[in-house]
Design a protein around this ligand. Structure first.
Ligand code: BG6
Length: 509
């Protein structure tokens, strides 16, 4: 189904011609996400006429084999009608067999790109997408630099040529490796050429946090520690590790989800109003939030975090194995598949208001939400008898799957007694806008084509997020403990309940 907002987007945002080079083109991300998303853009008329994709990988594939695999991916993972778009655009996809660490491959790639410029009108503009395993990033970046492929002749809106690089997560595995990777990226590219992906920022409802806060006047006066008791950010998944044991066992949920997606969402919830809507104004404010988050000392980690690991149980009606029985997981693994973390943003606005972040695999359902829990009224007119029935007011931002915003507040129950009960005021994307939201990758690929960095993480943001996460991981390592068990299909370990402290409880979405 075409996106009804595409016309609006198109009026003032037009991408210049370019060739997108995907390193790791034989991998899952290309087939499941990147190419189906490109076809979504094609369906909305957002791809520029001069556009081409070059898939770079090591496999000995023919052009026909490459296109056949992409077509299958588009049929399985694209929108309705994406297959027709691929039939129309497939002539613009070419496969390039090369070695990531062979300089000759990059010389030949440059020649191939010149031919693509001639044939497809891509005008010398290039976007390089690193979709390989992270171990290959440094090699590819070094060669892009040495071969001159990272050089652009002009960064202005109209003239010259541009060269950009999109870097997939994980961006490092701790602060040291992230700094080293940043140094490597910035040896060949300038910061304005670099697009570090966090696909949560491309989600429509995550962007709506800024609209809700800064395009309305009713929320912002309440958006501080005077009115907000605490914030819960939940990213729950019902899936397990989906055959990615080799990667996940080295990462854990803290690196896989919290370092990037949850901390990024936290910055949007907690940031100050930016001075403008420019990418740097917004990212300046986001990074200030991260800087204000207190690092945890090893002693504090035990009281401020809970980690868990799923044991065998049930998921969506099926018996599923425990984490330790998953493929490619070390028998003595201490990797967590669930984490809950209490963080404080030490600034004027948020002093004393805890932010609780939790994420886990094999929880009862897939849900991402931000719950703003307000203080209770300072005085209750109706006596203690009703107090127990009254919960805090909660503003709930539902990111997925049931996208929308709702507000919980107390209301009088009809009848002769003065009884109060919680009710809900609701806005739902589906019923209001009548279309499904575009996939996050569509938005992010389009923004990278436009050169708009707003929804990508800047160098300093990534490094600050690692500082926070490193302090947690160090505490866990020092304790030599292991994650608490929780049964697959439940809401995580019991210990997580205590993290919130008295008179607060996790939402059960
Ligand atoms: C990825 C993680 O970044 O996000 C995965 O590596 C996770 O482990 C995924 O499943 C969740 O994304 P989404 O968009 O399905 O919530």
């Amino acid at each position: 189904m075409p996106n009804p907002l595409a016309d609006e987007l198109q009026t003032d945002r037009r991408a210049r011609p370019s060739a997108l080079v995907i390193f790791g083109a034989s991998g899952d991300l290309t087939r499941r996400k990147l190419v189906p998303s490109l076809m979504g853009l094609a369906q909305d008329g957002l791809l520029p006429p001069g556009f081409a994709v070059v898939g770079f990988a090591r496999r000995d594939w023919s052009q026909a084999e490459f296109r056949r695999r992409l077509e299958e991916g588009v049929e399985a993972h694209g929108r309705e009608g994406a297959g027709d778009a691929f039939a129309e655009w497939q002539g613009r996809f070419s496969y390039f067999e090369g070695d990531y660490d062979d300089p000759e491959s990059y010389r030949k790639l440059a020649v191939h790109l010149d031919e693509v410029d001639q044939r497809q009108g891509t005008q010398g503009n290039r976007i390089f997408y690193l979709a390989t395993p992270p171990a290959a990033y440094q090699t590819i970046l070094g060669h892009l630099h040495e071969s001159g492929l990272s050089t652009e002749t002009d960064t202005g809106p109209a003239g010259g040529t541009f060269a950009r690089v999109i870097v997939e997560k994980p961006f490092g595995k701790d602060l040291d490796t992230a700094q080293a990777l940043n140094a490597q990226v910035l040896a060949g590219f300038n910061e304005h050429q670099v697009f570090r992906i966090d696909h949560y920022l491309g989600k429509e409802t995550v962007q709506n946090i800024l609209a809700l806060r800064f395009a309305n006047s009713i929320f912002e006066p309440l958006w501080n520690h005077h009115y907000i008791d605490h914030v819960q950010i939940t990213v729950a998944e019902s899936i397990g590790i989906e055959g990615r044991g080799g990667y996940f066992d080295n990462a854990g949920i803290i690196r896989d989800m919290i370092q990037n997606h949850l901390l990024q969402v936290l910055t949007l919830v907690a940031m100050e109003p930016p001075v403008s809507s420019s990418g740097d104004s917004i990212r300046d404010e986001k990074v200030k939030v991260l800087r204000a988050i207190r690092s945890l000392t090893p002693e504090k980690v035990a009281a401020s975090t809970v980690r868990g690991r799923y044991t065998a149980g049930w998921s969506r009606g099926e018996a599923v194995p425990g984490y330790l029985d998953e493929e490619d997981v070390a028998a003595d693994s201490t990797t967590e598949t669930y984490a809950a973390v209490k963080l404080y943003v030490d600034n004027w606005r948020w002093a004393g208001t805890p932010f609780f972040l939790r994420s886990g695999k094999r929880l009862p359902r897939r849900v991402t939400e931000i719950a703003i829990h307000f203080h209770r009224p300072p005085h209750l007119l109706y006596g203690d008898i009703h107090r127990s029935k009254l919960h805090r007011n909660v503003l709930l931002l539902r990111v997925q799957p049931d996208e929308g915003v709702s507000l919980r507040f107390g209301s009088k129950v009809p009848g002769p007694h003065f009884q109060i009960r919680d009710v809900r005021m609701d806005f739902s994307y589906g019923s209001e806008f009548g279309s499904r939201s575009a996939d996050a990758y569509e938005r992010l690929l389009f923004d990278a084509m436009l050169g708009d960095p707003t929804l990508f993480a800047r160098r300093d943001e990534v490094e600050e997020a690692w500082r926070i996460v490193d302090s947690i991981v160090e505490g866990w390592c020092a304790s030599e403990g292991r994650p608490a068990d929780y049964e697959a299909g439940t809401w995580g370990p019991e210990e997580a309940e205590e993290l919130l402290g008295p008179a607060r409880e996790w939402r059960r979405p």
